[in-house]
Design a protein. Structure first.
Length: 766
């Protein structure tokens, strides 16, 4: 067992007085533990008046020099290839302080070069994890600043983490606004990994604006086999010019930012707004490597996000019935009790989601009028308890985007100190001579369905309204089986929300404190309901929010007819899953019935209904697959959907994984997706065309990472009930095959194939 040791290093005229425990190793570094497939390495070497830290695992190695001039990374190796990606480090870390609290427009930086090393501490020295911190000191405005810099590596991962903490110090009128964790130049052979852009419209932050119903949907289907393309900037990864290796990166923070540019500069850090006297913890930078095609890099990036950052990991994925798709906001006790009975008869539901229309007069206040829920939620909860159903709710507590469906006008009138007409429309400002009094809820002629007003009124979360909303939600979590929240509107992009009670001093502080308030609120809810899943629709989305919310909605697509709507959805998922874990994308398909007559919805031909349901199996089915008109749907549809959900629940673990196969969906060719874990799982193939299509099974897709020399057992699960023998186009039964073998199968018109790979032939028992 290696002894954990702490050594105080003192600098004096270049003389180091140090006690170092050096272990035998290679001439280049002194490993504490040599990295193997399931182990890590870390070691310190005394070189002149500096220390050299080498830390890594089987995928990545980082070398850092620390001494009188602070710290500097000198190499970042891909251990699969031995290639060093680092050209030079500009600074190992940076702390940015702003003088804006004193109404001065200036900032000052403290960089690694401003700090002097004073000591270090091995925090963990194990085969499975190494963590070490280095202590530094600098001066800011004559005040000592003490900083601890951390490096951490774990076995059976492909990445290294780094972060720092600053001890409290006095700096009146200053605020810590930014921390930089990575600021270096990559070698010329490293280029930004870019995506082939399928959508021509982007948000202001550069995030693609994907398939929204309020814009003319335009998707680029040319070059359907192309997933990647040159780009000037990547926020996910850099690719070696050999196209067979690279480095992915991420900043673990709700306010993280990562940019690798075509000039070779990598910058990673996160915003914040902290008074120095409170102390400060940066986010964590993550660097990881891969060997193989760009698809492997996508896999490693998404695996990291899903398994080491996102909060959704390990949670059940319940089958919803969403009231919006059938009733919109016209829900009440009577029709909900009726629907619960129909859900129970169907037998495959887990959750009743009450969408907009359950509130009255105020955010998160149940509508208890005679036409709504005069007995509260008690009758529903009593019936739900007999079937073990959980509850989901819709909410838009702050941005007021849906006042035409659920008016908060009385709340506005009673709490004017919490309300602010936002600056989207100057006519919303009472001090403006063009103010339209019809937009004022205090006006007796105020129309609650006035589209202008709900767009321009905000309830300020950093006022007493924040406490009100928090208390309402905590009360719901304690008194109901709350397992899902759909958070609608633009609450996570409110902007300036002035209030007499506002808890912020500058606009930048407001942004930071608002998101922190949301994250803390959700943490408190999950302390009561650990399986709570929170879906957020607040465009533009930000992947860093996945530490606070479970799924992000990337679009709001509902108008296309059946057939087209599911194809548009599959296009979105194919594209977005190149930079989001698939299971963190909310399946926003609006189902069979929303906005459609019976003839165009559940009365459509049964083969079309089955195909529409099946093409959402990988993502979207659990939210919308069961949310159709249960009162008018044909019995055959109930039977089929029951089989579909039985299959999905039995193999639920595989649907947390996603790999790209075949081409970008174009509505003419077979498209598909894979859900494999360690070479086991399913390939889902869909033929949206009007005729049969023959294709080669894409078992050689690089994203599947199948062993080219191994034989895999294949089965046909298309009936959703059991694994059958797979037959190729020549009528031969295919039992085992290697990835390079050419196995041709035919998918019939408007039909699907589910190909099992090394999975049982019967449904697993519960």
């Amino acid at each position: 067992m290696i002894l954990i040791h702490k050594v105080l290093l003192r600098l004096g005229l270049g003389l180091w007085l140090a006690t170092l425990f050096l272990l035998p190793g290679s001439p280049d570094y002194t490993p504490v533990v040599q990295a193997a497939d399931d182990k890590v390495e870390a070691g310190l070497e005394h070189v002149g008046n500096t220390l050299k830290l080498t830390i890594g695992n089987q995928a990545i190695r980082r070398v850092i020099e620390l001494g009188p001039q602070g710290a500097k990374t000198t190499a970042i190796f891909n251990r699969f290839t031995g290639v060093n990606y680092l050209a030079n480090t500009r600074t190992e870390f940076r702390l940015v302080l702003s003088r804006e609290l004193a109404h001065e427009d200036r900032t000052e930086d403290l960089t690694a070069q401003d700090f002097t090393l004073t000591g270090y501490n091995w925090i963990k020295q194990e085969d499975t994890e190494q963590q070490i911190s280095f202590n530094f000191q600098a001066s800011f405005q004559g005040t000592p600043v003490n900083l601890a810099l951390y490096y951490q590596v774990e076995a059976k991962t492909s990445f290294i983490r780094k972060w720092f903490k600053v001890a409290p110090f006095q700096a009146q009128g200053w605020a810590i606004k930014w921390s930089t964790l990575e600021d270096w130049n990559a070698k010329p052979e490293m280029t930004p990994l870019g995506l082939f852009q399928r959508y021509g419209i982007s948000y202001s932050n550069g995030h693609p604006k994907i398939a929204e119903s309020d814009i003319n949907h335009s998707v680029i289907t040319t070059n359907p086999d192309q997933r990647f393309a040159p780009t000037a900037l990547s926020r996910q990864a850099m690719l070696h010019t050999n196209n067979q290796e690279g480095l992915f990166f991420f900043q673990e923070s709700l306010f993280g930012d990562e940019q690798f540019k075509s000039d070779g500069t990598l910058g990673m850090g996160n915003a914040d707004f902290v008074d120095p006297i409170q102390g400060f913890s940066s986010g964590k930078s993550v660097l990881g490597t891969w060997l193989g095609s760009p698809e492997i890099g996508v896999n490693r990036y998404n695996d990291y996000i899903l398994n080491h950052y996102a909060i959704i990991k390990g949670k059940p994925d319940p089958v919803w019935f969403s009231t919006w798709y059938i009733y919109e906001n016209q829900i009440n006790e009577s029709n909900m009790l009726d629907m619960l009975g129909r859900m129970q008869s169907a037998g495959y539901y887990d959750l009743l989601h009450l969408d907009a229309g359950w509130e009255e007069n105020a955010p998160l206040q149940l509508a208890t009028s005679a036409k709504k829920f005069p007995n509260g939620l008690s009758p529903l909860l009593k019936k739900m308890k007999t079937t073990n159903y959980s509850l989901g709710i819709w909410m838009n507590p702050f941005s007021g985007r849906y006042q035409g469906y659920t008016s908060y006008a009385p709340f506005y009138q009673q709490n004017p100190q919490w309300i602010y007409p936002s600056p989207y429309d100057p006519k919303s400002d009472p001090n403006n001579p063009n103010y339209d009094t019809k937009n004022d809820p205090n006006n007796p002629n105020y129309d609650t369905k006035d589209a202008k007003y709900y767009r321009i009124t905000s309830i300020c979360p950093l006022s007493g309204a924040g406490d009100y909303v928090r208390n309402q939600l905590l009360d719901l979590a304690r008194k109901t089986p709350l397992d899902e929240i759909y958070w609608d509107g633009t609450d996570w992009h409110l902007g300036t929300c002035r209030s007499p009670e506002q808890g912020w001093r500058t606009p930048d502080e407001e942004v930071i404190l608002t998101i922190k308030y949301y994250a803390k609120l959700l943490d408190d809810l999950r302390a009561i309901r650990p399986n709570l899943r929170v879906v957020l629709w607040s465009p533009p989305p930000d992947i860093h929010w996945l530490a606070a919310v479970d799924q992000l909605q990337l679009s709001d697509m509902y108008t296309p007819k059946l057939g087209e709507s599911e194809r548009v959805r599959r296009q979105e998922l194919y594209f977005a899953s190149l930079f989001y874990p698939n299971s963190t994308i909310w399946g926003d398909w609006y189902g069979l019935s929303y906005g459609r007559s019976r003839e165009d919805g559940v009365g459509a031909p049964i083969n079309l209904l089955k195909f529409a349901e099946m093409t959402q199996l990988g993502n979207g089915a659990t939210q919308a697959g069961g949310s159709f008109d249960l009162a008018n749907a044909p019995p055959e549809l109930f039977k089929f959907v029951g089989k579909m959900f039985t299959f999905r629940k039995a193999f639920a673990q595989y649907f947390n994984a996603y790999q790209h196969i075949l081409n970008f969906p174009d509505g003419k060719s077979v498209d598909g997706e894979a859900h494999l874990i360690n070479g086991q799982g399913f390939l889902l193939l869909y033929n949206p065309s009007n005729g049969p299509i023959t294709l080669k099974l894409p078992l050689d897709e690089p994203s599947l990472e199948l062993n080219p020399s191994k034989s895999y057992t294949l089965s046909d699960w298309s009936n959703l009930e059991s694994g059958q023998a797979l037959t190729n186009t020549s009528g031969q039964t295919i039992t085992t095959t290697q990835p390079s073998d050419k196995v041709f199968i035919t998918v019939q018109a408007t039909d699907w194939k589910i190909i099992g790979v090394d999975v049982p032939l019967t449904l697993p028992k519960k």
